[in-house]
Design a protein around this ligand. Structure first.
Ligand code: ADP
Ligand code: MG
Length: 508
């Protein structure tokens, strides 16, 4: 079992003109459920389809149409909850959140305010781990996850005088994952989003595509004086915290960090100037690196939430939840811990290799029954480096895991040197040929025959008497002979053997 220990928060401190200030951040992440059909209709969720081609009557808000819950979406929300160690609520219910928007034909969004499907959970967020460092482990509590419908899209830039509405996204299932205000700095917020994304991708419940908006975050930011947050933690009394602003719809972790920083500085300047922070919804403008007011913060009663009369409360059975639980894949924290203990990897290498489940599976196939550290080096430095250069993903790697494993086997067995292995890798990468066959056909085997190495050393010594004299006086110069022998043998001589023979012949 995974033994999680958390480190104490290390809040980001910003020095104002008068005092030091700390940041407090809570995120509401909207994750599109990886379902082919919408939450309450059978219309497709395919991204990039012809505008208004994926719209059922119920999505278009036609009178008399009734929503029918998509069981697949519920299963994915439950799976997500289980993946975040969260409470699954066997009874939840859908509410109408009423508001007018041109791209919301129903006039309301179906959501879950009072009884969400998932309750409290938690996420382990790791920070600041460069190579060779132990990361800081922080716990971010999840308050709830509820299911809701996405809205459509208004398009204002296609025509000078008209606006258009695309309802393809209307009614697509979203999971809103609400964190507690446990995040204490911009980097931590970004790390939290990436960790959530990683878990969702492992679970297969959301594809995590931030560019397409399939994962986006509303970022709540406030500032407080040192000590206030600890008082809030002790009492869970929000009045110890400052007034927050919500920055809407962020889909880049870089911009999330920048937005938090400028928003915190804006609030600090206001407070130190004797003014109040007004609770409101703001938008971040990356071009000007500033947040701007979008609308004043609305309260739940502004939406006149009420239970949706078209939908019965949602009741699910514990046995069904248990089945979903039994089907959960190994999740990132466990996989990483296992890679460290089974393959002897560093924390950093294990993080890199488990970032994506496909990478982890590839590595495991390469490393199985072999030297784990050597395998990690090859996968991370050679393969990932090369794939990244050409913008390839592991799924279409020209070098299969079986081939890379075989290559590492050849190094370990002393058939080729690590240096020659890079040439073999290159041929394998560009041609897809089998490493053993490449080594055989291209005559790349390492020369370990000491007789052959000895005669190569003798030839170099005989041809360079002046160098020999110098090397005898200064043993450090023996390296020059080693280099010459490696060159003469096309890099195939076993380096350890060459070193030893050169040293013996020079008497150094
Ligand atoms: P609302 O219902 O108005 O959206 P919630 O209580 O649901 O408010 O909180 C929304 C988000 O705001 C949550 O992620 C929560 O962690 C965060 N939050 C609440 N108070 C603060 C605060 N003082 N500073 C920063 N974030 C906060
Ligand atoms: Mg909210």
């Amino acid at each position: 079992m995974l033994d999680l220990t958390y480190d104490a928060p290390t809040p980001k401190v910003i020095a104002g003109a008068k005092h030091d200030w700390e940041l407090v951040i809570g995120l509401e992440v909207h994750a599109q459920v990886a379902s082919k059909a919408k939450l309450f209709s059978g219309a497709s969720t395919l991204f990039g389809a012809e505008p208004n081609s994926n719209v059922a009557f119920v999505d278009a808000g036609m009178p008399g149409m009734l929503p029918v819950i998509n069981e697949g979406c519920i299963a994915l929300a439950v799976k997500t909850g289980l993946g975040l160690n969260a409470q699954i609520n066997l009874r939840s219910a859908f509410d109408r959140k009423n508001y007018f928007y041109p791209d919301l034909p129903q006039g309301y969004q179906i959501s879950q305010l009072y009884h969400p499907i998932v309750g409290e959970g938690e996420v382990l967020v790791e920070l600041g781990a460069g190579a060779g460092e132990k990361p800081t482990a922080r716990r971010v509590r999840i308050e709830r996850i509820h299911l809701e419908q996405d809205a459509g899209k208004s398009i204002h830039d296609m025509d000078p005088t008209m606006s258009f509405v695309d309802l393809n996204r209307t009614g697509v299932a979203l999971m809103e994952i609400v964190s507690r205000p446990d995040i204490r700095g911009p980097e931590e917020a970004a790390a939290y989003v990436l960790k959530l994304r990683q878990i969702l991708r492992y679970l297969g419940t959301c594809d995590g595509n931030m560019q397409n908006g399939n994962l986006r975050a509303d970022v709540n930011v406030s500032v407080c004086r040192p000590g206030d947050y600890e008082r809030y933690q002790e009492t869970q009394d929000f009045s110890h915290l400052g007034t927050r602003c919500e920055i809407k719809n962020m889909n880049s972790t870089r911009f999330i960090q920048m937005a938090i920083e400028v928003e915190a500085r804006r609030q600090i300047a206001l407070i130190e100037d004797g003014k109040d922070v007004v609770q409101e919804t703001r938008l971040y403008d990356p071009d000007r690196n500033e947040t701007r007011s979008m609308r004043s913060k609305e309260e739940a009663h502004d939406y006149r939430y009420f239970p949706d009369p078209d939908l019965l409360p949602l009741e699910i059975e514990q046995a069904w939840v248990d089945d979903i639980k039994a089907s959960l894949p190994e999740l990132p924290d466990h996989k990483k811990a296992r890679f460290i203990s089974d393959f002897g990897l560093s924390d950093y290498d294990a993080s890199v290799l488990t970032a994506e489940v496909a990478n982890a599976a590839y590595f495991e196939q390469v490393a199985q029954g072999r030297d784990g550290k050597l395998a990690a080096n090859w996968v991370i430095n050679e393969l990932f480096g090369r794939l990244k250069k050409e913008d390839h993903s592991i799924e279409n790697s020209p070098v299969s895991a079986a081939h890379l494993g075989a290559l590492i086997g050849l190094i370990k067995d002393g058939v080729i040197s690590g240096k020659i292995a890079k040439d073999v890798f290159e041929i394998c990468y560009t041609t897809g040929r089998d490493p053993a066959e490449i080594v055989e056909t291209e005559g790349m085997k390492q020369v370990t025959d000491t007789g052959a190495i000895e005669s190569a050393v003798d030839a170099i010594i005989a041809a360079n008497p002046a160098q020999v004299e110098k090397a005898k006086a200064n043993p450090k110069l023996a390296g020059w002979f080693v280099g010459q022998v490696m060159k003469a043998t096309g890099g195939k001589a076993n380096p350890a053997a060459v070193n030893q023979i050169v040293a013996a012949k020079l008497g150094s």
